[in-house]
Design a protein around this ligand. Structure first.
Ligand SMILES: [Zn+2]
Length: 346
């Protein structure tokens, strides 16, 4: 049996949602990760420092006492975001970053930004105070094919922001294309990207082969195999610019298995095991720690975690739990469709 030890990971992109579901989903993250950046797309969104503080307190109540876990809070940028509140909230440590959702890009993003030029004063302020910008990088024009939305966002919006504000620290989140890996690799030092376990594990065939698979439907949507390969190459290369953001997003089973099913994959339970399998299959298990535990902290200029975890490669595949129970309902846990032999232990 092979065993490796790595610094305990951070998750640089999670959705916890709100209310009673926190008690079901927060422990799935706090068990495996020391810190996580928490997305602000609640209904209503996290718009002010006070909203973020209150939400953080609700999350903290859901962390088991045995876990040492820090949620890092974010503000949801809108064209009406109060610049003074944004600045004060960051300087006082209430929030870690601000999130840009193009209006309508994903779950609960209706209040997002319609025209990037309308938030340039906010971005200029963020650049000056060192506050990171997190980006859902897709255009939302309904005339643009869903599989092309990331590339067109990079060409028309991201490139503009990077050129206008080269000192702004930016994370292009949950990248899905070869175009994104190339753009990020060739960009300046302040642009990095997160990659999810499901975009590393699957291509778009997974959604459709043998019947429609709503639990593989997420946004940005899975892409062609050559894009998945580019993501795996970027993640396993050890390049500092790429790190883990699981984008774990809980939805109750009947909102996924539905005539108009929600986008999102709940993957926090086995994300580290799945990543270990993917890295091992690329003969790059030695690069796993950079991706899960080092590169993100470096990008955000914060200390690396001190705790460590062990991963064991079993002789037989890990038996995945199928779902998380929540008030008589279920949240389906992501499984990648191939055997996973790596198991995490403390
Ligand atoms: Zn997300």
């Amino acid at each position: 049996m092979k065993t490796i030890e790595i610094i305990k990971p951070d998750d640089w992109h999670v959705h916890f949602r709100d209310g009673e579901i926190l008690k079901a989903v927060v422990p799935e993250t706090s068990k495996h990760f020391t810190r996580a950046i928490v997305m602000p797309n609640l209904m209503p969104p996290v718009l002010t420092g006070l909203d973020a503080l209150k939400y953080k307190l609700r999350i903290q109540e859901a962390i088991p006492q045995s876990d040492s876990f820090t949620p890092l809070m974010t503000l949801y940028l809108t064209e009406k975001t109060d610049l003074k509140d944004l600045e004060k909230s960051y300087i006082e440590g209430l929030v870690f970053a601000a999130k840009l959702y193009p209006a309508g890009a994903t779950t609960n993003s209706d209040s997002g930004v319609k025209n990037i030029k309308n938030i340039m004063p906010l971005l200029e302020c963020m650049s000056e105070i060192g506050m990171p910008l997190l980006i859902h990088g897709e255009v939302t024009d309904k005339n643009i094919d869903i599989f092309d939305r990331e590339k067109i966002f990079i060409d028309t919006v991201l490139d503009f922001i990077c050129k206008e504000l080269p000192e702004l620290k930016i994370t292009l989140e949950h990248i899905t294309t070869k175009d994104a890996t190339s753009y990020v690799k060739e960009s300046g030092k302040n642009l990095s990207a997160t990659i999810t376990p499901h975009h590393l594990a699957l291509n778009r065939n997974a959604i459709f082969v043998g019947g429609i698979k709503p639990h593989y439907y997420c946004l940005p949507i899975l892409k062609r195999e050559n894009h998945r390969e580019a993501l795996v190459n970027a993640a396993t290369s050890g390049n500092d610019k790429f790190f883990l953001g699981t984008d774990t997003a809980p939805h109750l089973v009947d909102t996924k298995e539905n005539a108009c099913g929600c986008a999102g994959v709940f993957n926090s339970t086995y994300s580290i095991s799945i990543l270990a399998e993917i890295f091992d299959n690329k003969n790059s298990i030695d690069k796993l720690e950079k991706f899960t535990s080092l590169n993100g902290a470096k990008h955000y200029n914060i200390p690396v975690n001190s705790e460590k975890i062990k991963l064991v490669k079993l002789n037989k595949p890990v038996l995945f739990r199928k779902s998380l129970e929540f008030k008589g309902d279920k949240i389906i846990i992501f499984e990648p469709g191939f055997p996973v032999f790596w198991e995490t232990c403390c």
